[in-house]
Write a protein that binds this ligand. Structure first.
Ligand code: C2E
Ligand code: CA
Ligand code: CA
Length: 590
């Protein structure tokens, strides 16, 4: 190839390069390191905001055009590139006359000619748009990050609030539900032993009612602190209702350990707490349920703890109760019996049976005691021990008592029509009925002949003498011509003083005192003195549980007025009683 063609080729190449540089708006520079003469093309001058004359410039001019803060790094980048014979890359700010800043990136390379002349040759281009864009992006990202952090904070706050009780800071019902769900979902060995304590404050309502809500709140906070301080890490305490708390113990607790924990909680809660100078006292009842097998259902466990709590309260407060299978069976039975009792009342399955009472000296029929029976559709005749306690819990004993009274009055009339005169009917009156304000109203409209009806009240009712309603009811009952008998006398604590106050018509000496009357002299002496005291107060005596004629005779000798017991008859249905009386010739000749 001739020189001419070579020049032509070079020319072509140079034009192409020019075109490329132009389209990127690149400037070109070339620094002769040995002579310190630098050549900048026209675009370089434009980039640096300098006037182009012949292209010659120098390092000082270059550095001077840069932002003062960028000069050091620019120079050291140059030196490094030369020393290491590496590509020179640097970005620096150029301050234009109007104060505007332009970002310029330079790229260059060391070039050594065959003669040994060293040149640094490169290009430069305006990257201001990139820099601005990057900065904007960075700012936008920072803003988004800040927003996200704020949202996260809000989310954490909302989640915390939705899972915590604001008063005590303990978990709330939702937190407990979540924990139970989580525990139920776990099929690991860790679940082999978890315990749930269901805790209910005793006497909390009184504090709230008498000292106000602020006092109540203070007590709740106090209680929560006691619970918290008794927890091991990993356990959970939640307040799930007004004065109800649940503790979930997960650290494989043993029964003895749990019992000790309950004892501790109970002891600490019993300590009086000062509220504005008032010593406040409350207690706790605790129901405990433990799951020892894997795959336990934690929610079921809570139901069991609840059942145990109910029992703990029933047994008197300030105590704990573990859930057992037996307890479960009892609760299930009680629930079924409760439902059946309510149905039974609707279907009129409850009736009085009658046990005759006799005059101890003449053995004439003096009256009957009406005793409730349940004509159960499947189980036949049921005695009160099978249902009365449950009926009491259902608050229906008062209704049953009233029903017995009404049916007794009807039966008495039916017997009279058949020629049998029953001088007196005693009915049992539950404590609840005696405490009921509506008792007297419920007796209005009944055809009660004075002296023909007695109410048997158990001795324990009179322990609480301060009860105004009871006192008023007793007075009202007497005014209606109904006699008062004190039932199960000798087992409780009736004082002579309250005997004088109530002035009952009769005392019924309890079976427990009557049964041994033939044996021990002390029992005889006890019955004799009861009879003597009663006599001196003008009160008659009835012996119940008289099982043999020998007992009857002895009681007669001791001065007892009336006798009732298996020696004469068991309780009988209305029809059977009529037949019994007819048999015994007790029926009046008609
Ligand atoms: P209570 O008032 O002491 O009734 C006497 C109980 O002793 C009756 O049991 C009767 O069947 C039983 N009994 C009678 N004679 C003898 C005897 O010689 N030996 C023995 N061992 N027992 C005898 P019942 O009918 O099962 O009544 C049990 C309790 O249920 C009653 O005790 C009473 O407290 C309560 N009760 C019965 N009916 C009513 C009622 O209508 N209303 C209320 N509130 N309670 C009732
Ligand atoms: Ca009785
Ligand atoms: Ca009795």
């Amino acid at each position: 190839m001739g020189l001419y063609e070579r020049e032509q080729d070079l020319e072509k190449l140079s034009r192409r390069l020019d075109l490329a540089l132009d389209s990127y708006r690149c400037g070109m520079w070339e620094a002769d390191l040995d002579s310190n003469v630098t050549y900048w093309d026209e675009r370089m001058h434009q980039l640096y905001g300098l006037v182009y004359t012949d292209g010659a410039t120098n390092e000082a001019t270059w550095l001077n055009a840069l932002h003062p803060d960028d000069r050091g790094s620019a120079l050291s980048a140059v030196n490094t590139a030369i020393g290491a014979r590496e590509t020179y890359v640097h970005q620096a700010r150029v301050v234009l006359t109007e104060g505007a800043v332009r970002h310029i990136r330079s790229v260059g390379k060391l070039h050594v000619s065959p003669e040994g002349r060293r040149k640094l040759v490169g290009i430069a281009l305006d990257v201001t748009d990139d820099v601005v864009m990057t900065e904007q992006l960075r700012a936008a990202k920072a803003m988004a990050d800040a927003k996200n952090a704020e949202l996260e904070q809000a989310r954490i706050r909302i989640e915390h609030n939705s899972l915590h009780d604001p008063l005590t800071g303990l978990g709330n019902r939702r937190m407990l539900d979540k924990a139970l769900e989580r525990l139920t979902g776990q099929n690991t060995d860790a679940l082999q032993s978890i315990a749930i304590l269901h805790i209910d404050l005793d006497r909390f309502k009184q504090i709230n009612d008498t000292l106000g809500h602020a006092a109540g709140d203070a007590m709740l906070v106090h209680a929560s602190e006691i619970l918290r301080s008794n927890m091991a890490p990993g356990d959970m305490v939640a307040r799930i209702g007004g004065d109800e708390f649940v503790v979930v113990v997960t650290g494989a607790p043993g029964a003895a350990e749990l019992a000790a924990l309950c004892d501790r909680i109970i002891a600490e809660m019993r300590q009086p707490v000062d509220y504005n100078g008032f010593p406040c006292r409350f207690g706790v009842s605790i129901g405990v349920a433990v799951a020892r097998q894997a795959h336990a259902d934690a929610r079921k466990l809570l139901v069991n703890a609840d059942m145990a709590l109910y029992r703990a309260k029933e047994n008197g407060r300030n105590r704990y109760q573990f859930f057992t299978q037996m307890l479960q069976a009892e609760v299930v039975t009680a629930k079924r019996v409760a439902d059946e009792i309510l149905e039974g009342i609707e279907r009129d399955e409850f009736v009085p049976w009658y046990q005759p009472q006799f005059d101890a000296s003449t053995l004439a029929l003096s009256g009957v005691e009406a005793l409730i029976r349940w004509r159960h559709p499947r189980q036949g005749i049921l005695t009160p021990d099978k249902f009365l306690a449950i009926a009491d819990e259902l608050n229906v004993t008062a209704a049953l008592d009233r029903l017995v009274l009404e049916k007794s009055l009807a039966d008495q009339m039916r017997w009279a029509a058949a020629g049998l005169r029953v001088p007196k009917i005693s009915v049992n009156v539950s404590a609840k009925r005696l405490q009921d304000e509506r008792l007297l109203a419920s007796l209005e409209g009944l055809s009660i002949v004075p002296g023909q009806i007695s109410f048997e009240l158990v001795e324990s009712i009179f322990l609480d003498e301060s009860d105004d309603i009871v006192t008023a009811n007793i007075e009202g009952i007497k005014k209606l011509g109904i006699d008062i008998e004190i039932d199960d006398f000798g087992t409780g604590h009736t004082s002579i003083v309250s005997l004088l106050k109530i002035k009952p018509k009769r005392l019924k000496i309890d079976r427990q005192l009557v049964v041994p009357v033939l044996g021990a002299r002390t029992e005889q002496a006890l019955i004799r003195s009861i009879i003597d005291i009663a006599r001196s107060l003008g009160i008659e005596t009835v012996a119940e549980g008289v099982e043999t004629m020998a007992h009857a005779e002895m009681l007669g000798i001791l001065g007892c007025d009336l006798l009732q017991g298996y020696a004469f008859s068991k309780p009988l249905s209305a029809e059977n009683f009529l037949a019994f009386a007819t048999d015994r010739g007790l029926r009046l000749a008609s």
